[in-house]
Ligand binder design. Structure first.
Ligand code: PRP
Length: 211
């Protein structure tokens, strides 16, 4: 039997997913060592291989078949636009993709003004403003601390993830529009879905049973 390979995003989400898998009887003792810097873990009995990748790279590993299965946020799935099957909403890591900014930017949005939008998610922002809102904007790609942009005058608004809303609040910003709700999803390589249909479906069903 060949290994089924599962790509998990390094960090908090990987831990939550492993907890869910444990509830279905799938464990990986090796992975629990917090000190370890290891990136690949194996469950020999079940012939499962887990690896920890950077979240934004998970769809890439799955599209190319380096992983049969991946767990990743809906934000990354939308931004990366890879060819893969999205099969389960795991209901963890829930948050929202939002347009945010100072209250004064509300008017600029309403009047469909040519504004600057800073974001880590240029494809999501482009799709939202151009295809959903039919508003021409300038998208500025940043890599983190997006909330800075409207404060220092780089942009009028941002498109970013809002979880508790604390970051916005503490920086004098607010949610102006909601783009979409987000959560972690299980994704599957399109060829693996056919070749390993039985084992993958079994995994999907047992995950669904603990949701
Ligand atoms: C995310 C997001 C917001 C914050 C939202 O940032 O970009 O800044 O979390 O969470 P809150 O609504 O609970 O305050 P992250 O910590 O991933 O860092 P980065 O975007 O600055 O890299």
């Amino acid at each position: 039997m060949r290994y089924i390979t599962i790509a998990l995003p390094k960090g908090r989400l990987a831990k939550k997913v492993m907890k869910m898998l444990e509830q279905t009887g799938i464990t990986c003792e090796e992975m629990k060592d917090e000190q370890s810097r290891k990136l690949i873990f194996v469950n020999e009995e079940l012939k499962l291989k887990f690896f920890l990748a950077k979240a934004t790279d998970v769809p890439t590993y799955v599209e190319y078949g380096a992983a049969d299965i991946g767990v990743v946020g809906k934000d990354t799935i939308m931004e990366e636009g890879r060819k893969l099957y999205e099969v389960v909403d795991l209901g963890i890591g829930k948050c929202r993709m939002c347009v945010a900014g100072p209250a004064s930017a509300r008017e600029l949005l309403q009047n469909h003004e040519m504004i600057r939008v800073a974001t880590k998610y240029p494809n999501i922002a482009k799709n939202y403003f151009y295809n959903t809102k039919h508003q021409t904007v300038e998208i500025i790609k940043l890599n983190g601390s997006i909330e800075l942009a409207p404060i220092v005058g780089l942009s009028e608004v941002i498109v970013d993830i809002v979880e508790t809303g604390t970051t916005l609040k503490e920086n004098g910003l607010e949610v102006l529009e909601e783009v979409c709700p987000l959560s972690a999803r299980m994704v599957v390589n399109q060829v693996s879905m056919k070749m390993e249909n039985q084992r993958i479906n079994q995994l999907i069903e047992s995950l669904k049973s603990v949701l």
